[in-house]
Ligand binder design. Structure first.
Ligand SMILES: *[C@@H]1O[C@H](CO)[C@@H](O)[C@H](O)[C@H]1NC(C)=O
Ligand SMILES: *[C@@H]1O[C@H](CO)[C@@H](O)[C@H](O)[C@H]1NC(C)=O
Length: 247
């Protein structure tokens, strides 16, 4: 029919703004560093919510904090070490730790278990070894098949997902309250959190906070009761804190 545009022009005109938008979105994404996490973490100056927690330093942005964390996690020399010389020794020690928790009925073979900040996942391997088949690790850098990608300030899991959570990276938390809040959110009611911390020794330069007393950690748990605090000897960490989320 005379006067009408060629039929192919209409879809093209419709698609043009869409593809432009797509192009803009694609190129306005943060530069392609692996530091970007799928869900943005709101950045604010962290506050030590307790006299027993000291925040080490203030970062100009959340990305700067992640950069420092990833610097250790991605260090090829360290990763090589963790995967080889460290592996058996760590799995062995973690297995003993988890066996003890099993005998105290704080962990069972049918537990759905999460290890927060698991790096290559020795603790996950240990859980599986002692019979907890449904166990998973989470870290900024995934390490398949044991460890999936996730930030402990904003866990990629639904609320009430796990019966058991273990972590020995509390000192890496920039926001200790969010670290704990996420554990409590993703634990099922009645679920158990086991946290290993260093109370009597300063940890490494990648630490974001120093814990000066166990009350600093326990006080952050708002929906849980303290089960026990005990001495452990676990890779430089000296105290095991066990809490149970209330029903
Ligand atoms: C990251 O590590 C490299 C060497 O491995 C070092 O030169 C650099 O300063 C580190 N960056 C940060 C932010 O610590
Ligand atoms: C849990 O699993 C381990 C390893 O398979 C097994 O040795 C143990 O007996 C199991 N515990 C219970 C209570 O079934």
């Amino acid at each position: 029919m005379a006067g009408e545009k060629p039929p192919f022009l209409k879809p093209f005109l419709l698609l043009l703004p869409l593809s432009l938008l797509f192009f803009i979105l694609l190129h306005s994404r943060p530069s392609a560093t692996s530091t970007s996490v799928s869900t943005p973490i709101s950045f604010s100056t962290p506050s030590a919510s307790s006299p027993f927690i000291r925040i080490r330093r203030v970062f100009p942005s959340y990305d700067e904090y992640l950069k420092l964390q990833l610097n250790k996690t991605l260090d090829p020399r360290l990763r090589q070490l963790w995967a080889t010389r460290d592996w058996d020794r760590k799995v062995h020690v973690f297995s003993q730790i988890f066996s003890r928790l099993q005998s105290r009925h704080l962990l069972s073979n049918s537990s759905r278990a999460l290890c927060v900040g698991a790096r290559l996942g020795q603790e996950v391997a240990a859980l599986k070894k002692v019979g907890v088949a449904n166990s998973l690790g989470m870290d900024l850098v995934p390490s398949p098949p044991l460890v999936v990608k996730g930030d402990f300030h904003k866990q990629p899991f639904k609320s009430n997902s796990f019966n058991f959570e273990f972590s020995n990276v509390f000192d890496h938390a920039l926001y200790p309250d969010r670290f704990v809040g996420e554990i409590e959110r993703t634990l099922k009611p009645g679920g158990v959190a086991v946290i290993h911390v260093a109370l009597h020794r300063r940890s490494d330069k990648y630490s974001a906070n120093d814990l000066l007393g166990v009350d600093g950690l326990v006080g952050l748990f708002k929906q849980s009761d303290l089960v026990s605090t005990e001495k452990v000897d676990a890779f430089g960490l000296d105290t095991e804190v066990v809490l149970r989320k209330r029903n």
